[in-house]
Write a protein that binds this ligand. Structure first.
Ligand code: ZN
Length: 283
């Protein structure tokens, strides 16, 4: 099942994508797709609905975040060996955990606004994990039982703010619009094995990243178990799991960074695609 939220910013309605790729309105069956909707019993209730019985949404509305009211957005850094190498950083012996501010979350096709005076905007296509149940000290064997589904994430980054301005990475990872998510939450049963998903990212139509979740250093089970030993995970929490090589800071002979007018397109098997135009800061 593919769950989504559609409509203008702040007025999104719950929906699901039917087998023909049409949006069906879920408003009569659930107020919104928030953390509570990701509980196993709620997902089962929605999955039992016949999509053909739901009102078909006409036109091509904006698609927003697939989950409302996300309370934590955690990220794993350097989770692909070849990406760690291009970043010039040693291979982690434990998952590198950082947070993305929830105020950075945005729709999958909303513009990305670089911070004022940004010089080093960059891209990172990633698998996102949506939690369905509270996870605290869960085992690797039991980790996937706590996952509601998956979504495509662009872990948009500003490398100067991340790495050259002191402190932790968070201010280069948490500016408004640095977290496009979606278009859908695809439930775990439909995704199957999360370690077999190919992904790609283009800038202005040029292929920058190509990879697969098969080459993660720490897999989804390990990540969920590891994070849950340090930070309690709640339903609706989102974890992005690191990016394969091909980010702008790793390009040779010199790095390539985002500029106003650039267009990022990205996608992953089973999880759909995103498109973001880069715009100047305008708040
Ligand atoms: Zn990342």
């Amino acid at each position: 099942m593919k769950l989504l939220r559609y409509g203008p910013v702040g007025q999104e309605k719950p929906g699901l994508l039917d087998h023909d790729g049409a949006i069906r309105d879920l408003s009569q069956h659930i107020a919104d797709i928030g953390p509570d909707a990701l509980a196993p019993a709620e997902l089962a209730r929605l999955a039992a609905l016949d999509p053909a019985s739901l009102p078909k949404v006409s036109g091509s509305p904006r698609v927003g975040l697939p989950v409302a009211g996300i309370r934590k957005f955690i990220a794993i850094g350097l989770n692909y060996a070849d990406h760690a190498a291009e970043a010039g950083l040693p291979l982690p012996t434990e998952p590198v955990v950082f947070t993305k501010a929830i105020s950075c979350l945005s729709g999958p096709n909303d513009p990305v606004m670089l911070p004022k005076d940004s010089k080093k905007g960059d891209w990172e296509v990633e698998l996102g994990i949506f939690m369905g149940r509270t996870a605290r000290y869960v085992s690797e064997a039991g980790a996937l039982d706590h996952v509601a589904g998956y979504a495509l994430v662009n872990d948009v980054s500003e490398r100067e703010l991340q790495m050259e301005r002191g402190g932790t990475w968070d201010k280069g990872k948490g500016f408004d619009t640095a977290g496009p998510v979606g278009p859908w939450l695809v439930t775990a049963d439909e995704v199957g094995d999360p370690q077999t998903l190919s992904m790609w990212l283009d800038v202005n139509g040029n292929r920058m990243q190509a990879g697969t979740t098969a080459t993660m250093i720490f897999n989804v089970r390990q990540i969920v178990s590891y994070v849950s030993r340090h930070i309690t995970l709640w339903p609706g929490d989102l974890i992005c799991t690191g990016t394969p090589p091909g980010v702008g800071m790793g390009k040779k002979p010199q790095p390539v960074f985002l500029k106003t007018g650039d267009v990022m397109t990205l996608g992953m098997d089973k999880l759909g695609t995103q498109r973001q135009e880069v715009v100047a800061w305008s708040v």
